[in-house]
Design a protein around this ligand. Structure first.
Ligand code: EPZ
Length: 418
């Protein structure tokens, strides 16, 4: 099991190119099942979760070629089954994203229930209810969602909660349905917008993505071509926080600055100088200790839950007291006891962490528990006195492409222990 050894201290200084967005890639690869013809997705990051999705598609008989330059060639015409087995779905709950495309295109899907994960129960009840409203017959037995539909028909859906993959699944199910579908209380994340743009590039008729109401006019068939995935706003935000926590200067390139507004606002509040261009953001902490900030997570365009652990780490060494409130998931504070072992002063009050910044954290052996918690521990390791060893970093590899290489290029003393 790989670990990361980080010798804390140096202020990061330099530029880093951000990879394609994991949470846009996963639904877009699932949506390729809707295409009548082979297609190519560009700018795909080399991540465990991408490899898992590709393994799932291959298991269905879909031809997939993942090239080192980030191109993924998909040939969905050879699909031969509609099955997403537990042993794959349990490693990545986003596998549930094949449900909508399989139902929309083939009228059949047998997908394992994803089960919970470290950060919460993470049910898929809203996915299922929406598919039923679109005309699917859904049976849940033996841990599997078995769904069938002659042809889905449009419906007016009002989601009880804002759900990113729920919105994506229902959008993918609706594009080939008969008639018009309206999704109210839809997720507005940029990754939802990227998926809608991909669907429209295949001939779908989706409008309103990025707002709370998405309208889909069903069409007869879709055919993919070439599509490039948008940059990963969470990876970009993570590297900007790395620059702030080490009091250095980091420029993230190949990003969409508008996707980072809520994060940039909090970094400015922490005292960072922020400059933005068309596809880059530069942070300069000018060697200063960050000021503590209050963050409270919410669906986009609010402060992203996927940046919560990173800002928790920043507050651990900031000047003052900062609060971190997690409103999206019920159990996304697993990084707290690990940070406390590094000397952080954090008090939990329900779903709010009260963090009193300390001048210095101390290196300690820590364990990653989920993707973004591990990112928070790496950030703390960048400034802790001594050598921090982060264990179980397979969690990190799910969402960050060789993070240690990118951080080392920025001046961090970090290496992977295999
Ligand atoms: C997506 O997860 C992301 N994953 C998550 O990123 C991200 O943290 C999350 O959205 C919130 O932004 C992908 O896009 C692959 P939700 P998702 O459905 O869609 C509840 C990462 O780090 N809910 O928006 O699973 C749910 O329990 C990952 O890259 C239901 O109750 O999240 C949660 O409390 C982690 N019933 C809330 O809604 C449902 O049917 C939001 O979850 C669906 C969701």
């Amino acid at each position: 099991m790989d670990r990361l050894a980080i010798d804390g201290g140096p202020a990061l200084d330099g530029a880093v190119r951000v990879s394609g967005a994991k949470n846009a890639t996963l639904p877009i690869l699932a949506a390729s099942l809707l295409s009548q013809s082979p297609l190519t997705v560009h700018n795909v990051p080399q991540l465990r979760d991408v490899n898992t999705t590709i393994a799932l598609l291959r298991r269905m008989g879909v031809g997939v070629e993942f090239h080192p330059d980030g191109r993924v060639e998909v040939d969905p015409t050879t699909l031969e089954n509609y099955f997403a087995p537990y042993e794959l779905v349990k490693t990545m709950r986003a596998s549930v994203l094949v449900l909508g495309p399989l139902l929309g295109r083939y009228g059949r899907a047998d997908v394992s229930l994803p089960g919970g994960c470290a950060i919460g129960a993470r049910p898929v009840d809203l996915h299922v209810a929406g598919l039923q409203a679109l005309g699917a017959r859904v049976k849940i037995a033996d841990g599997y969602i078995s769904a069938t539909a002659k042809r889905l028909h449009g419906a007016h859906l009002v989601l009880d909660k804002v759900t990113v993959t729920g919105t994506e699944n229902l959008m993918m199910a609706a594009v080939l349905a008969e008639g018009e579908t309206v999704i109210d209380n839809a997720a507005q994340e940029p990754e939802v917008v990227d998926l809608a743009a991909f669907l429209n590039s295949m001939g779908a008729r989706v409008t309103g993505a990025g707002t709370g109401q998405i309208v889909i006019q069903g069409v007869e068939a879709l055919a993919g071509d070439d599509y490039a995935v948008q940059p990963d706003r969470i990876e970009a935000g993570t590297f900007l926080v790395a620059g702030a926590i080490t009091r250095g200067r980091v420029r993230v390139e190949h990003v969409v600055p508008e996707h980072l507004e809520a994060v940039l606002q909090k970094l400015r509040e922490a005292g960072a100088g922020i400059d933005t261009g068309t596809d880059w953001v530069a942070l300069d902490m000018q060697g200063r200790r960050p000021d503590a900030v209050d963050v409270s997570t919410a669906p986009y365009p609010g402060f992203p839950t996927d940046m919560q652990a990173q800002f928790m780490a920043l507050n651990c060494i900031a000047d003052g007291v900062g609060t971190v409130t997690e409103n999206v998931f019920e159990n996304r504070f697993m990084h707290v006891p690990e940070l406390q072992r590094m000397g952080a002063d954090i008090r939990l009050e329900g779903h709010t962490a009260v963090v009193r910044g300390t001048e210095q954290l101390r290196a300690a052996p820590v364990m990653a528990t989920d993707l973004r918690a591990s990112a928070g521990l790496v950030l703390a390791g960048l400034v802790a006195a001594g050598e921090t060893v982060v264990d179980r970093i397979y969690h990190l590899d799910r969402g960050y492409q060789r993070i240690e290489e990118k951080l080392a290029r920025l001046g961090a003393r970090i290496r992977r222990l295999t």
